[in-house]
Write a new protein. Structure first.
Length: 428
């Protein structure tokens, strides 16, 4: 007969207030407003307190208006974050997949690094080195993302994106994969005779495969809406003549809650089940108000660290320095995911412009060089010598102790709208 034993275990559970504050932490102004509207309808003890000022007023005063751009972990100013629903759907698919804990955790993190079109553009070796994660685990997490719907999500380039979509189909002609891998440019030019000659296939066979490829899409999904809109910075960073920085939080532009005094008076007159229900609504209101306060406190703590660590940038003296989310999380004594939520969809305003908070978290290369500084060096190298190819730029960076792959150099150059060496030379 099997032995029966009783064991006592301790588990940590988040309080309702903490769970709500973590959820609210990732919300931007629009999402906060929508969430508050729903809560007002569900809880009669809540009273909505509208913002004193509107975001449009702030935008007119400082001329903030932006059009979202494509993206990457090193996001540039002017970007907007992905809609919560798009990420929520992908995260739900990961939760339902049969993955071990480490792979799922890393896959969720990598999921939020996809660019606006659903591509993972960071070099896997560099990502593994930066995060201290074994390369096989990184590849496993990326494979998990690439198994999600829509097919093609998480691809590293257009060839892989199209191949992932083909892999979801049955009885695919092997020539389709060959054409995607080596002949996309020739397909765009209509050079079917050249393709047929080099592959040994008939022109009719090539055309048949091209028709299949044209049913695929290079953009599996849109994670960020590319629309012009006004944004509301969480805070502004101001500097006086002595170089002293001050953080000004724009709480007047955000709505909030308070307990409805009329409902509180009514609750005192109730009894029995009605009184119990009223007490439940009042307790929910207290938790929600505290959750909003906790959200603001967390954002303020993160803001103070950003301004302290990037002081030279705000004073216009230097580019951004390396800063990692796990470093900030360690200082605040919170989980790394809390910092990610605190900077998601949030912006700041300073004399140098409007920036997403994620922009101030820069990966570090050799010698304490940040990704932002690496981009500046690439820009300087291209300006000094337009003939420099990506390979030569890679070599020049390595001479300065900065090791990057040629692919990463090309990615950074493209982000800064610097054309290839061939195009730069032809325009001289």
């Amino acid at each position: 007969m099997p032995e029966t034993r009783l064991e006592a275990q301790q588990t940590q559970k988040l309080s309702q207030t903490m769970a709500t504050s973590l959820r609210l932490l990732a919300f931007d102004l629009q999402e906060m407003s929508e969430y508050m509207a729903r809560q007002i309808q569900e809880n009669p003890s809540l009273e909505y307190v509208p913002p004193v000022r509107s975001p449009q007023d702030f935008a007119r005063n400082v001329r903030i208006h932006y059009s979202s751009a494509a993206d990457d972990p090193d996001r540039d100013p002017g970007e907007t974050a992905a809609p919560e629903t798009a990420y929520a759907d992908l995260e739900q698919q990961l939760r339902l997949a049969e993955l071990d804990r480490d792979t799922r955790h890393l896959a969720v993190r990598m999921l939020h690094m996809l660019n606006a079109r659903g591509y993972f553009t960071q070099d896997l070796d560099e990502f593994a080195l930066e995060t201290g994660v074994a390369l096989p685990l990184v590849k496993s997490a990326l494979h998990a993302i690439q198994s999600l719907e829509p097919a093609g999500i998480g691809a590293r380039d257009i060839e892989e994106c199209l191949s992932l979509q083909l892999a979801q189909r049955e009885q695919v002609d092997p020539l389709c994969y060959d054409l995607i891998k080596s002949y996309l440019l020739e397909i765009s030019r209509g050079n079917y005779r050249l393709i047929a000659r080099e592959t040994g296939a008939t022109i009719a066979h090539v055309r048949q495969c091209v028709e299949v490829i044209r049913t695929l899409t290079p953009i599996p999904c849109i994670l960020r809406e590319e629309t012009s809109q006004y944004i509301m910075p969480e805070f502004s960073v101001e500097s006086d003549a002595q170089g002293v920085l001050t953080i000004v939080f724009h709480n007047d532009y955000y709505p909030t809650f308070r307990a409805d005094p009329t409902f509180l008076r009514l609750a005192d007159t109730l009894s029995g089940q009605e009184k119990a229900w009223a007490r439940k609504m009042i307790d929910s209101t207290s938790q929600l108000i505290r959750a909003i306060e906790t959200r603001q406190e967390t954002i303020e703590k993160v803001a103070n660290i950003i301004v302290r660590e990037q002081k030279a940038f705000f004073l216009g003296q230097y580019s951004l320095l390396p800063l990692r989310c796990d470093t900030v999380a360690g200082e605040l004594g919170v989980h790394e995911s809390t910092v990610y939520r605190a900077i998601q969809n949030k912006y700041l305003y300073c004399a140098r412009g409007t920036f997403p908070l994620q922009h101030f978290f820069q990966r570090e290369y050799a010698g304490g060089t940040s990704a932002a500084r690496v981009k500046e060096i690439i820009r300087e190298l291209c300006a000094d010598d337009p003939k420099l190819s990506d390979r030569l730029i890679t070599e020049r960076l390595e001479q300065r102790g900065i090791r990057l792959s040629r692919r990463t150099v090309a990615k950074y150059r493209s982000q800064m709208a610097i054309t290839s060496s061939f195009e730069r030379n032809n325009h001289q």
